[in-house]
Design a protein. Sequence first.
Length: 309
Amino acid sequence: MGKLAFVFPGQGAQYVGMGKEFYEQISVSRKVYTIASEVTGLNLPGLCFEKNEQIDITEYTQIAMLTTEAAILAALQEKGVKADVAAGLSLGEYGAILTAGAMSLEDVFRIVRQRGILMQEAVPTGGAMCAVLGMDGEKIAKICDETEGIVSVANYNCPGQIVITGEEGAVAVAAEKLKEAGARRCIPLNVSGPFHSAMLKEAGEKLGKVLEQVELRAFSTPYVTNVTAEYVTEPSEIKELLGRQVYSSVKWQQSVERMIADGVDTFIEIGPGRTLTGFLKKINKNVTGLHIEKVEDLDVVVKMLGEKQ
């Protein structure tokens, strides 16, 4: 068996009931929800498990998602499963930081709570995002650069699926140009703002100030950052990268390719949904993608890893 990576999804995969089995059945997971509630002053079990409208509001979505991911991660680590490397898409990068051991659980919850609030507050009117299907990322980036106004690549998800972001008018113009240039489809996304665009730079800078107060630790596991798609090797790099991440492109495809080039052949997606597992199949069909969302998934993955070794 080659190297093992833990990967964590971002905002958008959330749903009411996520993580409930872990909370009810696994004590280390339940403790994670308790700590998140104490740190943030929110009722995280209520937010994650009971029907509510807040779960889809950025301010609350981010802490709910990260708490669920951290709870599943704790259960997996209790089984003795260790990653060789970690990464996460956008918000999910904080799950990677927990895997790395670069920050305490309490500090990560404090930061993510503030990140959600800052991004919610910073969402300007007139922003938009659009998924572009069937076109090369470099060509998309070039057309965005040539379009007047603020429009850029938000996410390099996988071959044939890139997301653009920015001012509503500029995104619409770029989408028309992309279709004329050969894009198969351009699909407007139902999101609350132009995430990962220059329009959120102020939020990223404010988050940087929050991060200044956090104590960093030496890594136990390396992780790959969205901003550069490279390994973060020094704790001192983390704060600046996490601030920039809010308004920079998420280089997910490049991050996965970087890990594969380094010998990773098995990826475990930790958290709600199967978004990253789907991307993985399009990035490289020769690697294994596993997924843990329910307690039964945990048991299956632990057994499979035991058989591989």
